[in-house]
Design a protein. Structure first.
Length: 312
């Protein structure tokens, strides 16, 4: 198979009306009666738990302006603004339908809404923000797939301009490709981090389904995650997204002078290994819907990684 770009922009700009089957961890935790909240040490929404996590690492009281890219239904920003009421927010989204939902959800708050593919946003316009959030969305950004490993070494300028760009980024950020003859690269995620970092935003939070996830501690053996080390396709309704190779994106942020904290969602959400959760994770399939929801949720908590990039 030849090199191709996985590009979801047409789907997001066109037919998409709701996130539908694309269940995010943020949305799974949104309903106050969500069974997923039962799994947590502190039953709460994703946005509130993320705020509690952030406040232990960054001076949240100094935040005046937040930008969120790809905010979905606006649930996360609604929570952040309720915890930092003095802050103003900007929502940038490629989807007209989801931006409309965000406008309704955030009507009570001081927000502006920009309909744009983030790839078209100029870095200079981002300097005004103290916090940038990209939650569970960079898997939608372009991934270049089936890149021949040999093309990185080829001294000649590659004919394919996307490969030339990958080669440039690999050299600039000292990236090392995954094993194998061919690999994929999260071009859009790397360039999004490069743009936010170039703008010098003091705190950048990025999260997504990882291709390098691992399970440690008391959860080891209970939660199964596969880590291929190479971005993998996740087929979804109307489009495909790709898992993220966070070690690459981490190097981009570090190159630009950021201290990077990296981990999985359990650092933020803190699941409790209760008798119910242990039962669900060890009992194979269950006929009870709630058990299946909990199993899916716990697996996602460990499959999703985040980068918290801080510039002193
Ligand atoms: C899977 S949803 C995640 C929504 C939300 N952050 C959450 O965690 O529930 C992906 C979001 O990213 C947006 N998005 C996808 N590609 C984008 C792009 N190139 N520029 C801006 N927004 C984009 C989508 O429209 C959608 O709002």
């Amino acid at each position: 198979m030849t090199v191709y770009v996985n590009d979801t922009s047409g789907y997001h700009q066109g037919s998409l009306e709701t996130l539908g089957w694309e269940v995010t961890v943020c949305n799974m935790l949104h309903p106050a009666d969500s069974p997923c909240r039962k799994v947590l040490q502190k039953a709460n929404s994703y946005g509130n738990l993320l705020y509690d996590f952030l406040k232990d690492h960054i001076p949240v009281h100094t935040i005046e302006k937040i930008v969120e890219i790809g905010g979905g239904y606006g649930n996360l920003m609604e929570d952040l603004l309720s915890r930092i009421p003095v802050a103003k927010a900007t929502m940038i989204d490629i989807s007209p339908a989801l931006l409309e939902t965000q406008k309704e959800r955030l009507a009570e708050h001081d927000c502006e809404f920009i309909l744009s593919d983030f790839q078209q946003v100029a870095a200079g316009t981002l300097r005004q923000y103290q916090l940038a959030v990209m939650n569970e969305n960079v898997g939608d950004f372009p991934t270049l797939c089936n890149i021949p490993r040999s093309s990185l070494k080829d001294a000649k300028k590659p004919g394919n301009s996307s490969i030339a760009l990958v080669k440039e980024l690999y050299t600039k950020y000292s990236l090392i490709p995954p094993a194998g003859e061919k690999f994929s690269f999260n071009l859009g995620a790397a360039m999004a981090m490069e743009k936010l970092a170039t703008a010098g935003i003091p705190c950048i939070f990025m999260s997504e389904h990882s291709c390098e996830a691992s399970v440690t501690g008391e959860w080891k053996g209970l939660v199964e995650v596969s880590a291929s080390d190479n971005p993998e396709k996740i087929p979804l309704h109307g489009h495909d997204e790709y898992t993220i190779r966070f070690s690459d994106i981490e190097k981009v942020a570090q190159y630009h002078g950021y201290n990077v904290q990296r981990g999985n969602f359990n650092d933020i959400l803190r699941c409790e290994l209760s008798p119910l959760v242990r039962f669900v994770m060890t009992s194979g399939s269950s006929s009870r819907d709630e058990h299946e929801i909990i199993r899916q949720f716990v697996e996602d908590v460990f499959k999703y990684e985040y980068l918290l990039c801080i510039k002193e």
